[in-house]
Write a protein that binds this ligand. Sequence first.
Ligand code: SAM
Length: 229
Amino acid sequence: MANRFFEGAVHAASYAKFRPQPPASLIDRVLTFLKEKYQGPFTAAIDVGCGSGQSTHILSPHFTSVTGLDISQAQITEATKLGTGTNVFFKVSGAEKLPFSECSLQLVTAGQACHWFDLPKFYEEVDRILVPGGVLALYGYAFPQPIYGDLTEKLYDIINYVYSKELGPYWGTKITMVDDEYGTVQTPFPTKLRCMKKTRVATGEVVVKMLMLLIAIKSSAYLTQVIQG
Ligand SMILES: C[S@@+](CC[C@H](N)C(=O)[O-])C[C@H]1O[C@@H](n2cnc3c(N)ncnc32)[C@H](O)[C@@H]1O
């Protein structure tokens, strides 16, 4: 129960209203990485822990079919309300058993979600369903730094106070993986690229800076790179 904070209908409706869409530059970076490793057609991608679907739709121009998966029926209901498009589908599914056949996908993403998964089981499934050279992209938001004119610093202090002091005891242990900017996340896949890029994303009237990205490929050689910018 402690890890299943997101499943109710009210929570899911708030997600649909307030969660930002990941920036196009993030998807571009992932696709560039995928194109370096895999030369076939991009037929299918999935977004695991898709919530209300913002992180799923951004993939749709690039793949024949894209499926968002979430353990919460309420989140999938909201995601479907936002529109399924002609090649976007949503399904209820846990990350630990994915309803796809062997070597059937080029890309698996998880946006601000992998810290909730049983990672060893998730990785086994990812390894099973990705084509050779397919890519797993795990990304999330670093602690948001709001930008709002003269009030920026004050706003940051308030948010920081609420996040660390008021809500600190309620976050649960898994949130430390996010606080560590996914720096402690290990994957069993040999090739990795870790990016920490500050990007501005608007959510309501406030702009937040994000974002961390870890991408790993199902294949050989090892590469670690940190991009600042
Ligand atoms: C913080 S939200 C991120 C939602 C979306 N990817 C986004 O970026 O807006 C995490 C999501 O992961 C889902 N989730 C948590 N544990 C899961 C699991 N084991 N399998 C699949 N989804 C899970 C939750 O229901 C929730 O919708």
